[in-house]
Design a binder for this molecule. Sequence first.
Ligand code: GBH
Length: 483
Amino acid sequence: LTTATPTTSRVLPPGFLVGAATAAFQIEGAAWTDGRTDSIWDAFCRQPGAVLNGDDGSVAVDHYHRYRTDVALMSELGLDAYRFSTSWARVRPDDGPTNAAGLAFYSRLVDELLENGIDPWLTLYHWDLPQALQEKGGWTHRDTAYRFAEYAVAVHEALGDRVRSWITLNEPWCSSFLAHAAGEHAPGRTEPTEAVAAAHHLLLGHGLAVEALRERDADAALGITLNFTVADPADPADPADVDAARRVDGAFNRIFLDPIFRGTYPADVLEDMAAHWPADLVRDGDLATVAAPVDFLGVNYYNGGAVAGPGTDGEPAAPVGGRQLRSPYVGSEQVRALPRGLPRTAMDWEVQPDGLYRLLTRLQEEYTGPAGTSLYVTENGAAYDDEPDSTGFVQDDERLDYVRTHLAAVLDAVQAGADVRGYFVWSLLDNFEWAFGYAKRFGIVRVDYDTLERTPKASARWYAEVARTRTLEGPARPDVTGP
Ligand code: GBH
């Protein structure tokens, strides 16, 4: 890798995908239409205090009925690709047989995308496990991994003739540690041992699905999307802070990267989590399955953070939400987060595009490069408290700047040798932001939650120009803090 030269005009590499992303539960609504049954998020939303303002996904932004309008919007913006997810509870309600009516929706959506020249990128699991499977133990139960592979095949049978890019899981860290240790996400558990079991079974499900899809379809591009944090020691000269950064990197990033790309769990993570690691969790052959070769790695990046060891006056490095939450860092609960004075989004996450540059160049060097795997940024974006004017238009300069500086970081990483082939902004539309309900808006398109009317924000207009001109104008990353 070479060092990128900061410039003010960057040209997108040939074939680079300019896209947008969403997820089924966050946009579809129609929660019990055409045979769909409860997912764990429907059930979680009914738990008092689980989701801000008691919001739920029953209507969301009604994409299920408005998908044509939404695809027309994407086409107007000139998007090359659209990343969406399929709802397991729509495709195989109640863990029963495949539901043709549910699959038919995705078939219509894919046709509509293709007619508009938009490349469909399909994520099989974006956190909405059928509640019926949760009742059998959910991801803490090994069998769920096998059910996932069967569901993957059912979706592929219906859409494999038209969808060429497949993502098995979205952010297994959230489905395991945030959902089973921190309690922020469905099913809202706070048992570290369950989180570890869920992480392994998610990885196993990923590997089984890759093997099954590969056998059916040798030409499909198969990958997984992980979420990353870039943890820096608050004081690089303090060994306790350096250790805290190592622990967060292990418990967030390497616990998934190493099994997928090296077929092994990192020794230091096994040691950190030893007290919570179930004895018979990893069976013979599991790691070979988890390491089934992938064609691409999807990278979701929102923020990094400075972390410190115990005894500092930082905040616990745990998610903040409307209720009592625990640390997601199993075995490293003592790690503290220290604000660095960087600007923050409405989620309170630090804005640090340089973290994305460092992440992509590191992945290239240590994981994906040696394996010959390409990279896609499958999510990046920001929530801000948008103020619509009297016509409903949102001049969201902060979001525009967030996306611009992060896309610049991506293109600089490409220049430095990282094989990044596309960028999907999170999100196309304002939508259901999980534990925060509809209170946090990530869309480049505004949704009026009374009328469900869609209005592109200034960031969307600007993004369309990037897609059209294949050029990114603007100054270099403002926050180059890394080595
Ligand atoms: C993604 O999750 C999801 O895929 C998507 O569905 C969601 O809407 C979107 O992002 C926005 O949230 O410890 O304070 O530094 C991202 C989840 C975000 C979880 C960053 C960990 C660290 C916050 N991750 N977060 S902090």
